[in-house]
Structures are given as structure tokens and as C-alpha cells.
Design a protein around this ligand. Structure first.
Ligand SMILES: Cc1cc2nc3c(=O)[nH]c(=O)nc-3n(C[C@H](O)[C@H](O)[C@H](O)COP(=O)(O)O)c2cc1C
Length: 364
């Protein structure tokens, strides 16, 4: 799927999807950390009937996976957010819509009857309140506050290619587009994507929407601001982007309902631990549900995360490769692969149910 995505997308767009911050050491570390974990299987346990489902916050999902919030999905495939939301509903897994989405909170709220979570950046209070209110009215059940983007990370591939919304058509970008006609035709046919949630009377085109979003980012957002958000959001509230066990304790004190341990898929600060490497320690220090992303590429990775104490994993790029390669069919192929790998791995480690995974299944 990754190779198919690379073939269909212009290099500049593939680099946006794939790239990490700085020299991409973080990107590599996320994979190494998951790869080095080995299983400690339990043999001669009956596994003829297996259950890949998990429960979280009183709901049961078909597998321990949510689609991570990712911005600009419409650049990968027309109406990318709607495609992902519908696929997630079909598979009964949560879909997280990004603040920087290319369909609006309301459009995605109406797409399919699946579980929808809304991701909020650390925005100025008035804007944060407005988006939280819109998500509430549109039926989102969970709010995710992403806290590792006080400012954007330095993604050197994007800095080099000039990737930003709206595209400025340079000769290099035009040549890239001509070499990838399937992508170019689909984008032209649907109109270039915009930051839909920021579209308004004063921000009618993509460049003023991008400027508005940047102006709204609040690098001064702190635990006090979080407390305000906590008071106004009545449902589950997760913090995404913690990568230290001490911060997880603060999150629990601040009445978060859960934490997504994440280094943003290596896209923000490259020299951070992989979330899987701090999971066991964080788990020992909190009773909050811990979710995890960054580097997850297979069902086997998801089983490792659960065995180490995660309640669920999130996938960014793995699912986006499917979206960029073949739209909904591609997303479904990726989700089919993941659920089948989860099932096979459960059988091979000797655990009949994803909910029963524990550190005993990991080689120490
Ligand atoms: C193309 C792309 C766009 C992203 N946009 C957002 C975003 O808008 N908000 C957010 O909280 N995280 C964003 N992320 C981070 C993901 O939510 C997630 O943390 C990360 O992709 C997990 O790593 P993985 O790609 O290795 O699965 C983005 C990731 C990618 C790859």
C-alpha cells in the first residue's frame, strides 16, 4: 500500500504523508522500538475461538484500533475525511477528525453512523470553545486535545518541497503533478482541498484559512486552559502527545479521561522515546486508559501495544497509505489486513481474546 501510494501521489504530497521531523531519527526509532519487542507465547492454550474486539469507555469495537487524526486528508484522496469516517463506521472502530481537516466537523458528523472523535489543537480559548461546541452539536463522543504542537515541527521534506496549503504552482510542482496524472485529475475534478473548519466569510480561500489557523494556535496553552476545556466538554476527553510518565500523572490530576502516548509519528520533535518504550512505566503510575500511536504498521504491532498495557492503538500512516493508494477500497484493504494479522497473532501467542493480553505475553 505504501508503494502504491508513492506511485499515485506527487513526490511533494507523498513526502508530506511520509516525512518526519529533522533527520527523521524519530521516525526510525518508532519502528525499531516496536521491532525489538518479542513475544513470550503461551502454548497449548485453546485458541480455536478468538475475539479481536476490545471495550473502551463502555463501548465495544471490532479491534483495538482507531484511525488517528490527520490533517489535509483531502490532499491524498478527494473527500478523504468522509472516506475514512465511512470505512471506520463499517469496521466499527473510532475515526478521529483533525482540526486541520478538509471536510467540516458537521459533514463528517453526518458521514456514516460510526463513533467519531474530534481532535483539537491548542487553540486560543474562544476558538477552542467554538470548535468543542461544534463537535458536541455534531455528535462527536470524544474530544482529543493534541498537546505536542505548540508550534509546527521542522519537517525538512516539506521545507524543501515548499509543501503548504494552498499549493503555489512552481515549475517543479507542475512537473510533479504532470507525472502523476491520476492524482492531478482527481484533485482538479474535486476542486483543491481547503481547511474546511476555518472557512468563513473572512477566510474564503485556502491561504487565508491557513493564516487564520496559524493565528489561532496558542503556544501559551497550559494546564489551566486544559481545566477550562475539561469544564466545558461533557464527554470523554483525551490528551494526545504526552510522552512522559510524569505528564500522565498530571493528566490524571487534571481529570482527563485517558491519554494517547504519542510522538506524533516522529513529525514534531525527533529525539523523543517511542511511546511503546514508556508505556509499561506510565501504566504502573496511573489508572487512566492509555492509548498509543507512532510507528504502528501491523496487527502484530497492535498486539504488542496491548500486551504492554495500551487500551487501543491508533494508526496514522498505515491507513493513509491505503487512502492515498486507492481511496475507500485501499482503506478497507488495510483494515482487513490489520484485523486478520491481529487474529493470527492472537492465535500464535496463545491468547484467545485481545482484551486478555498482558505483559506475560512479552519476552522480557
Ligand atoms: C499526514 C499526517 C498528518 C497528521 N495530522 C495530524 C493532525 O492534524 N492532528 C494530530 O493530532 N495529529 C496529526 N498527525 C499525527 C497522527 O495523529 C499520529 O499521531 C501519527 O500519525 C502516528 O504515527 P504513525 O503515522 O506512525 O501511525 C498527522 C500524521 C500524519 C502522518
Amino acid at each position: 500500500m505504501r508503494l502504491k501510494a508513492r506511485r499515485r501521489l506527487p513526490k511533494m504530497v507523498f513526502d508530506y504523508l511520509e516525512g518526519g521531523a529533522g533527520s527523521e531519527r524519530g521516525l526510525a526509532r518508532n519502528r525499531e522500538a516496536l521491532d525489538k519487542i518479542l513475544f513470550n507465547p503461551c502454548r497449548l492454550t485453546p485458541v480455536e475461538k478468538r475475539d479481536t474486539s476490545v471495550s473502551l469507555f463502555g463501548k465495544t469495537y471490532s479491534m483495538p484500533l482507531a484511525i488517528a487524526p490527520t490533517g489535509l486528508n483531502g490532499v491524498l484522496w478527494p473527500d478523504g475525511d468522509l472516506v475514512l469516517a465511512r470505512a471506520a463506521a463499517r469496521y466499527n472502530i473510532p475515526f478521529c477528525l483533525s482540526t486541520a481537516s478538509t471536510s467540516t466537523i458537521e459533514e463528517v458528523g453526518r458521514a456514516g453512523d460510526g463513533e467519531k472523535w474530534f481532535q483539537l489543537y491548542v487553540l486560543h480559548r474562544e476558538q477552542a470553545r467554538l470548535f468543542a461546541r461544534r463537535a458536541l452539536d455534531a455528535g462527536y463522543t470524544t474530544l482529543i486535545l493534541t498537546v505536542d504542537v505548540a508550534v509546527n515541527g521542522r519537517r525538512e521534506r516539506d521545507l524543501r518541497s515548499g509543501f503548504k496549503v494552498p499549493f503555489r504552482i512552481s515549475p517543479k510542482i507542475a512537473a510533479d503533478a504532470v507525472l502523476h496524472p491520476r492524482w492531478t485529475v482527481s484533485q482538479l475534478a474535486h476542486g483543491l482541498p481547503e481547511l474546511a473548519n476555518f472557512a468563513s466569510a473572512e477566510a474564503t480561500d485556502a491561504s487565508s484559512q491557513a493564516a487564520l489557523m496559524n493565528r489561532q494556535m496558542d503556544a501559551g496553552f497550559d494546564w489551566l486552559a486544559f481545566a477550562e476545556l475539561r469544564d466545558l466538554w461533557p464527554h470523554k476527553l483525551l490528551i494526545k502527545g504526552l510522552i512522559s510518565a510524569e505528564d500522565v500523572i498530571l493528566a490524571e490530576k487534571a481529570r482527563a479521561d485517558g491519554v494517547i502516548l504519542s510522538n506524533h509519528g516522529g513529525r514534531q520533535l525527533e529525539d523523543l522515546p517511542a511511546p511503546i518504550d514508556i508505556l509499561l512505566r506510565a501504566k504502573a503510575m496511573t489508572s487512566l486508559p492509555l492509548l498509543l500511536d507512532s510507528g504502528v504498521r501491523s496487527g502484530c504491532d497492535i498486539i504488542k501495544a496491548l500486551a504492554a498495557g495500551a487500551s487501543m492503538a491508533l494508526s496514522g500512516r498505515a491507513v493513509l497509505y491505503g487512502l492515498a493508494a486507492a481511496g475507500e477500497a485501499g482503506v478497507r484493504e488495510v483494515l482487513d489486513l490489520l484485523i486478520s494479522e491481529i487474529d493470527t497473532t492472537l492465535a500464535l501467542v496463545g491468547c484467545a481474546s485481545a482484551d486478555a493480553l498482558c505483559p506475560d505475553f512479552l519476552h522480557s
